[in-house]
Design a protein. Structure first.
Length: 103
């Protein structure tokens, strides 16, 4: 089964056709099509292409399924013996995409 390694939002993801994944937030409407041009590696049964740093002419097509926010992470800072306590919550935004085609 062919797969690719793409770069999105400063992170690298191994993707294959039909896969759903959550990436860093991308400004796009739900149902819109995206194209990832930063393909680091492209592999199928017969051939492997490694980019320097990116594979020339390669792209990965995806469809935006959902824009959402991850569950809350608690950030708690504490210093003993000084009565210092700080509690803060954070919800990271994400975009859920489905990989349509690897070219």
């Amino acid at each position: 089964m062919p797969f690719a390694i793409i770069e999105a939002g400063g992170k690298q993801y191994k993707v294959s056709q039909g896969q759903k994944l959550k990436i860093e937030k991308v400004e796009a409407e739900e149902g819109a099509n995206l194209s990832f041009d930063k393909v680091l590696l492209l592999a199928d049964e017969n051939d492997v292409q490694i980019g320097k740093p990116y594979v020339a002419g390669a792209s990965v097509g995806a469809k935006v399924l959902n824009q959402g926010r991850a569950p809350k992470k608690i950030v708690f800072k504490y210093h003993s013996k000084t009565r210092y306590r700080k509690k803060k919550g954070h919800r990271q935004r994400f975009t859920e995409v489905e990989i349509l085609a690897i070219k």
